[in-house]
Design a protein around this ligand. Structure first.
Ligand code: XIL
Length: 401
């Protein structure tokens, strides 16, 4: 008999023994003896721990420091096992004046995370938004040349990663470097300030500089609208990002993961967990980790929604929950999906109304009064009621040298 068959028979025997024990043991007849998880009594972070999955939120430092709003702080601490700075690790905050660093608010978050046994996602080293005025103005008026700009970027990455060395779990090294299908030209390409001035090579360089400064942080490329593959054509952003990181792996560029932001909207329909899971698998088949890094699911604020019409609001809350769930289930399906971070947890401090000029909102998992919404309960149910064989604990990742 081949060893393979032996194992199979052994497995059946074990299953039979377990069944027999369950049937025969008087203890097994009592409901209490069966190990269950009551989602009503568990936080997101506790439920995530069953899977080795980190549940995170972006943190607004002003809200965290607001003594009149202790609930914000309490929920960050109790519900989440990883945190991301919503703004205070961006270049404009870290170096408002050339050569003078403002580490205070970011250090505060790192200390908070340590006190609450949370991991920190570092966000963000290279992005075309929220850059300091001295930098963009210097480039615009020609006092900063492109060569000097490259040196400044290298210095920024080196200084920031060194400052937080050993304290950051995952760094978003480069954010949103790729255009959208609706941009002109509609063919996907490298976009923005950095590509314009340094050419597309800055992306790989940024990863190398980050790795040199902290060899133990996981280095991520982060972007939106890469939750699922399209048709593979020249307008398929996910396919473009996939080819980019595949090339990085082939070239030995030190990248460890791809972050899918997950900024969704209910007006665009519902994502399908299987489709999202298939996309994660393609990335992790490249031996990269993945993470959902900025999940929120916004809705249009029609007049009826603003007037409080429940027949208008409820379907939006349901669609929002369904989208959170699709991304979370996909993450649970993949052992290399390391964390699931929401971009703020309460509508009270959401960036969406601001960003959409008041046209959109209701994007988060708690309402403005910290009442959990359907999305929150759906996430807890997903975490509580899923397990082997389809959901297995995460595989810890080591940085790729
Ligand atoms: C947003 C913040 O939430 C806002 O407070 C700020 O005004 C603008 O930036 N993608 C990202 C995040 O990578 O850094 C952005 O955060 C949201 C979109």
């Amino acid at each position: 008999m081949k060893p393979k068959q032996l194992i199979a028979i052994g497995a059946i025997a074990t299953a039979a023994t377990i069944t027999a024990t369950l049937v025969l043991s008087p203890a097994a007849e009592s409901h209490k003896s069966v190990a269950t998880v009551d989602p009503a009594s568990q936080t997101l972070r506790q439920l995530g721990a069953r899977h080795g999955l980190y549940l995170g939120t972006a943190v607004d430092m002003a809200a965290l420091a607001d003594a009149d709003d202790p609930q914000y702080r309490d929920i960050v601490a109790s519900e989440f096992s990883t945190v991301t700075a919503e703004n205070v690790m961006k270049w404009e905050t870290l170096e408002p004046t050339r050569g003078t660093y403002n580490w205070g608010p970011a250090d505060e978050l790192v200390d908070f995370a340590r006190a609450n046994r949370q991991r920190v996602r570092g966000h963000v080293l290279v992005w075309q938004n929220q850059l300091p005025g001295w930098l963009t103005e210097g480039v615009a008026d020609g006092t900063i040349t492109n060569d000097e700009l490259r040196d400044l970027l290298k210095k920024h990455i080196t200084d920031v990663v060194s400052h937080f060395k050993g304290k950051i779990w995952q760094w978003d090294v480069v954010n949103e470097a790729v255009s959208d299908p609706w941009d002109t030209p509609s063919t996907i390409h490298y976009k923005g300030f950095w590509a314009e001035h340094l050419g597309s090579e800055y992306v790989a360089d940024a990863f190398r500089w980050a790795r040199d400064a902290d060899r133990n942080a996981l280095l991520f490329y982060n972007d939106y609208n890469i939750e699922a593959f399209g048709d593979g054509s020249a307008t398929d952003k996910t396919a473009f990002v996939y080819e980019m990181v595949k090339q990085f792996r082939a070239d030995g560029v030190p990248i460890d993961g791809v972050g899918s932001q997950g900024h969704l909207g209910t007006q665009y329909g519902n994502y399908d967990a299987l489709q999202v899971s298939a996309a994660l698998k393609r990335f992790t088949d490249l031996k990269l980790a993945t993470a959902f890094t900025e999940v929120d699911v916004r809705s249009e604020l029609t007049d009826a929604v603003v007037d409080g019409s429940s027949s208008e609001i409820n379907p939006r809350l349901q669609a929002s929950a369904a989208n959170y769930s699709a991304l979370l289930q996909a993450c649970l399906s993949n052992r290399h999906c390391l964390s699931f971070t929401v971009w703020g947890f309460t509508d009270k401090y959401s960036w969406i109304p601001n960003w959409s000029d008041g046209q959109e909102g209701l994007a988060n998992i708690y309402d403005e009064d910290y009442q959990p919404k359907r999305a929150y309960n759906t996430m807890r149910a997903d975490l509580a009621f899923s397990g082997a064989p389809y959901v297995q604990p995460r595989i810890p990742q080591r940085p790729r040298r």
